[in-house]
Design a protein. Structure first.
Length: 260
């Protein structure tokens, strides 16, 4: 049964950080939203005063493909099988020396950041395909430009997201689905604040943007889709140069920032 004719969005990682800030912004613009996160209590708290005809809360582990399918099926079927936007925002990070991070934790980073995105893309595909102007926005990172020391598996996971985004952008053009990503540098969210360790690069460059800064770029991406959308003026300039500079020079800059 269709609840409203408002555009629909499915947002993972919606209980906090960028996912939550994006959910708030889209709700305020009149969207109907599926909020997905492991923390169902936080989702219910977030949406307690919202129009319940325009919101659904789902306790979801994005590493579970079948659970992603069930949840997205349930949400989309309530809105006539339509899904205007899939925003894959769920992700985790651990800053530390590569060898100090246990193998299961490396695996978890990939399972959530990469496979979680893949699972939701696969589950959402039939609904995106049947919705005019449908989009996928993936959460990539500045860490997808060159591997970041002490962010090794996180950085690798974002390289995977970048590659997935580029491939699906071409593949899904045939189905009328736009696929792009946003690429923020370090963002002042709980994910970063909760880290037990820091990194030289983080200390030197600082944390100069917050979740709302990323949301502004997400909203721009919805209106004017591009393959990759860097966040913050400083990183937009750095990204443009990185596309022109030889890889070895980018590596030399990264080494300098890491070792000083």
């Amino acid at each position: 049964m269709t609840h409203t004719t408002a555009p629909t969005a499915w947002i993972t990682g919606a209980a906090s950080g960028i996912g939550q800030a994006t959910a708030i912004a889209l709700y305020q613009q009149g969207w109907s939203i599926g909020l997905a996160d492991l923390n169902i209590d936080a989702l219910k708290q977030l949406s307690r005063d919202w129009d319940q005809q325009r919101v659904g809360c789902y306790a979801l582990d994005v590493t579970d493909a079948e659970a992603c399918q069930r949840a997205i099926d349930n949400f989309a079927e309530q809105y006539g099988g339509q899904l205007r936007l899939l925003f894959n925002s769920a992700g985790i990070l651990q800053i530390d020396q590569f060898e100090n991070i246990p193998a299961p934790r490396h695996q978890q980073i990939f399972d959530i950041n990469v496979m979680g995105t893949i699972h939701c893309c696969q589950a959402a595909f039939p609904y995106l395909k049947s919705t005019p102007g449908a989009q996928v926005i993936n959460m990539s990172s500045a860490s997808a430009v060159y591997g970041v020391p002490l962010f090794a598996s996180y950085s690798a996971s974002k390289f995977a997201i970048r590659g997935l985004t580029e491939a699906l952008r071409i593949e899904w053009e045939d189905h009328g689905i736009d696929v792009g990503d946003v690429m923020p540098p370090f963002v002042n969210t709980h994910m970063l604040q909760s880290q037990a360790h820091s990194a030289p690069l983080l200390e030197k460059l600082g944390v100069n943007i917050n979740a709302d800064d990323v949301v502004k770029e997400v909203l721009k991406q919805i209106k004017r889709p591009v393959s990759h959308r860097p966040v913050s003026m400083a990183f937009k300039v750095a990204y443009a140069f990185s596309e022109l500079l030889p890889t070895r020079l980018t590596g030399a800059i990264m080494r300098l920032l890491h070792r000083g």
